[in-house]
Design a protein around this ligand. Structure first.
Ligand code: SF4
Length: 392
């Protein structure tokens, strides 16, 4: 079977080419054709030798994603359902804003982690995506949105690995795809514009810091272990103190490139500025984004806000409060706007940056926590739920 060229980063492609008698620099040329030009036809790669084009035609292919559904919301949010075979589909969402375009990418078909409030988690898990299937989402979006990187027309300016799946549970493929996103011969995104969101797989947070320190987001959702054990069950394995220690190591160990506060979230309330305890001490640097889904009557009280302040102390971070997006049989309700505002105000008063995520793409289920794709569950989760529901 032909290999998928989208599976490679530049280093991997160079090794593959050298093993076939080609010069390593050819990898950079091929990467540019693939990712900057979005070219999948080897005959169009005109600065490659005829013999190399023949080699690629004989042994390789560009496995383009197949679109099963393409939906555009009233607010311009666009969601693709991409076919990944054997009855499975993954979702990729593009969120256009005035100054940026953010692509939300999936890393697995479903998810095995069963966070209580998550639509993807309810679907069960089928398999990890390949590096080609991960970067293929960006490749496809650029083509579909009319980007031309070679001519300087960039449409996707930011990537967030917050779609279906836990990215760190598919570590090698995700890191390969991240490297392609940052590679100047491919997408050339700055590492501050690429964010990986994890539910808290502590050992892999350390590995990511060494392998490819992009911006880190953590799905926190609770200020104490008892509640987080319920909402994010992986907390039973790696509780909050271990998770926060890993976050601290990540921030301290990441390369010392300046990373400022992104301005892509809702404006802070009047009178508060993007200033945290850590920022007051010096110039902006790396920080962790803590995501906190606001669940009515579950984690949204003033007591929870106080616990959160005490828990985080002076870790360089910002909070992103996410209004819950209800889904059928989800079992949770969205916190009232007043509760979200009070929670946000408490964090800001304590000196943290805290923003509220705008809800986008509601009418196409493209909002956070609503990505469900199409998953042939291999965990028997769906059957277990049905059994539990049927039990007397
Ligand atoms: S929130 Fe993330 S890690 Fe948790 S079940 Fe959903 S996709 Fe998986």
């Amino acid at each position: 079977m032909a290999i998928d060229l989208l599976d490679f980063d530049t280093e991997g492609l160079a090794a593959w080419l050298v093993a076939r008698g080609e010069k390593p620099f050819r990898a950079r040329q091929v990467m540019r054709w693939l990712h900057r030009d979005g070219e999948a036809d080897f005959d169009q790669m005109t600065d490659l030798s005829k013999s190399l084009r023949a080699l690629l035609a004989a042994e390789a292919e560009v496995r383009k994603p197949t679109v099963m559904r393409d939906a555009i919301a009233l607010d311009g949010t666009r969601k693709w359902l991409l076919d990944v075979g054997t009855g499975n589909g993954i979702e990729t969402v593009f969120i256009p804003e005035t100054n940026r375009g953010t692509l939300c990418i999936s890393s697995q078909v479903g998810c095995a982690l069963e966070c209580a409030f998550c639509s993807t988690g309810r679907q069960g898990f089928n398999r990890n995506l390949t590096a080609g299937e991960i970067i293929g989402q960006l490749w496809h979006a650029n083509r579909a949105l009319g980007a031309d990187l070679a001519a300087g027309r960039r449409v996707v300016t930011n990537v967030v690995m917050m779609g279906m799946g836990e990215p760190l549970a598919n570590f090698d493929a995700v890191v390969t795809a991240l490297r392609v996103m940052l590679d100047d011969h491919a997408y050339g995104l700055s590492r501050r514009r690429v964010t990986l969101s994890t539910s808290g797989m502590v050992p892999w947070i350390d590995r990511l810091r060494e392998a490819c320190p992009v911006s880190l987001a953590v799905s926190l959702h609770a200020p104490n272990d008892a509640l987080r054990d319920v909402l994010v069950p992986i907390n039973r394995k790696w509780p909050l103190q271990a998770l926060l220690a890993a976050c601290r190591r990540y921030v301290e160990g990441a390369a010392r490139l300046p990373v400022g506060i992104d301005d892509d979230e809702e404006a802070l309330p009047p009178g508060s500025v993007a200033r945290t305890k850590w920022q007051r001490q010096g110039s902006p640097r790396d920080f962790v984004t803590f995501e906190y889904v606001m669940l009515k009557g579950v984690n949204d009280s003033p007591m929870h806000a106080r616990q959160l302040v005490d828990l985080i102390e002076d870790l360089p971070c910002k909070f992103n409060l996410i209004p819950f997006n209800p889904f059928p049989d989800g079992g949770f309700e969205r916190s009232p706007a007043a509760a979200v505002s009070a929670f946000q105000a408490h964090l800001i008063e304590a000196g943290f940056v805290a923003t509220v995520r705008k809800t986008r793409g509601d009418d196409i289920d493209g909002a956070c926590g609503q990505l469900a794709g199409q998953v042939q569950d291999r965990t028997q989760r769906t059957a277990r739920r049905a059994d539990a529901a049927a039990a007397p």
